[in-house]
Design a protein around this ligand. Structure first.
Ligand code: PEP
Length: 255
């Protein structure tokens, strides 16, 4: 089954509001409508920009998708600072990253919390981009494949096969995020292939063939082509390079 390539730009905590609007306008101007038949493009801005991006996308009927970088495990209530799936769905978010390594590291997110966030996103029709990946010491120990498969299994715990088809998986080796050190295409394929094999074993071949598996970690226009040429890599989660309109649209064009 053909899986549509997805390129998602994770802006992290960057850009002011005007810069955010300007970046979306530039992406919209640079990518012709016919381009989206080939590649799905999404931006994941800070929460504070989502409403404006929704207005632009809806108003100009842009094919660009957008989403958020985090979600609460709860729908509503006394959870100061949290943003729920209900709220993201109302804002028209297609995607939300869950379990990004920066959240696991700086906000002590556990696999159990990540799993509950995956469920919260699915409950409200927002596709979770389940991020996972090994730290450098795990790769050096040779345990990286088992580590990533375990994170995948934990992140999807309790989901039905039909729900799993709506999840996007992002393999992001922690040592490659924001460091300029990209995994080789073969290294990335090794893990992404193992993730797909684990999906097949647990949920069946059809589910495994449907789920998109992205690579993330210092992806740029110069390396995206080689990465998406791999059998089990269906696109990229892009950090730094998604903040510059020229580089990001070039990267999308090469995907
Ligand atoms: C990320 O934050 O998900 C990421 C992949 O960042 P970068 O592309 O900057 O390595």
């Amino acid at each position: 089954m053909a899986r549509q390539v997805l390129v998602a730009g994770n802006w992290k905590m960057n850009l002011n509001h005007l810069e955010a609007i300007s970046l979306v306008q530039k992406i919209a101007f640079s990518l012709p409508e016919k381009y989206y038949a080939k590649v799905e493009v999404a931006v994941l801005p800070p929460f504070t920009d989502i409403r404006s991006i929704q207005t632009m996308v809806d108003g100009d009927k842009l094919l660009l998708r957008y989403g958020a970088q985090d979600i609460s495990r709860y729908d509503s209530g006394a959870y100061t600072g949290e943003v729920s799936g209900l709220m993201l769905a109302k804002l028209g978010c297609s995607y939300v990253t869950v379990g990004h390594s920066e959240r696991r590291e700086y906000h002590a997110e556990t696999d159990e919390l990540v799993n509950s966030k995956v469920k919260a996103a699915l409950k409200h029709g927002v596709a979770p981009i389940l991020c996972l990946g090994e730290r450098l010491e795990v790769r050096e120990s040779g345990e990286h494949v088992a580590h990533c498969v375990a994170q995948l299994v934990a992140g999807l715990k309790g989901l039905k096969a039909e729900q799993v088809t709506k999840v996007v998986v992002a393999y992001e080796p922690v040592w490659a995020i924001g460091t300029g050190k990209v995994a080789t295409a073969a290294d990335a394929q090794e893990v992404c292939g193992a993730l797909r094999a684990a999906l097949a074993e647990k949920y069946g071949d059809e589910v495994a063939a449907t789920v998109r598996v992205l690579y993330g970690g210092s992806v740029k226009s110069g390396n995206i082509g080689e990465l998406v040429a791999q059998d089990d890599i269906d696109g990229a989660l892009v950090g730094g390079a998604s903040l510059q309109a020229d580089e990001f649209t070039k990267l999308c064009a090469m995907a």
